[in-house]
Design a protein around this ligand. Sequence first.
Ligand code: PEP
Length: 258
Amino acid sequence: RSGRTPLMAGNWKMNLNHLEAVGLVQKLAWTLSDKKHDHDAVEVVVVPPFTDLRSVQTLVDGDRLKVRYGAQDVSVHDAGAYTGEISAAMLAKLGCSYVVVGHSERREHHAETDEVVNAKARKALAAGMTPIVCVGEGLEVRQAGDHVAYTLAQVDGSLAGFTADEVAGLVVAYEPVWAIGTGEVATPDDAQEVCSAIRARVREVHGDAAADGLRILYGGSVKAANVAGIMVKDDVDGALVGGASLQPEEFGGICRYR
Ligand code: PEP
């Protein structure tokens, strides 16, 4: 994966209050510094709930930690009468580097379409943050053998209208829904099959620079014990980690996969 820095992102989902968040990030930082982690070689990102971000920012800034952080969602609107929404400008102001958009749990429980995901990714980019655009098929689609076509259609819709430069800086996370939180991990070959198809599609639509720059993560029950097998694959540039990111030792082990 020449030129692409591997990225390990921990999606905490709706877990941990702001005090617990500080505890986890401190433990993660200790674990990584104990192991002399090279943050330039493998980028480490935590993605806490909105309410934790200010505390994480204070800790990261105060202790000059090299861990980066992001948000789990962003509004498609800039400001105004949208009760409960959080804007990209608010997240950028809190020092977020990344925003997860289109996680399967949001696509499922909040009926987010590719158009919505596209609009959210645009807002994140416009505010100077990197979207982590999630795609991936459910069990029935996989069983029908349509997983590549299904996922590529999500990629097409979610990235429609982006410039080659924008795509080159993006992160796409391939997360087969049947592997999320189930303990069921896709095999390294399954992950590579879809990740390479995503890169090929991006090459076709957005050109070489976009395809070579784009980082593609695999997500779905990644643990310290299975991450290395996935990371040897050419088109897998990192992992989006749910459950295991709540355990600092385990997530630290994932970041130290090699
Ligand atoms: C996720 O939520 O993005 C995820 C991959 O979860 P888990 O690692 O728990 O399967």
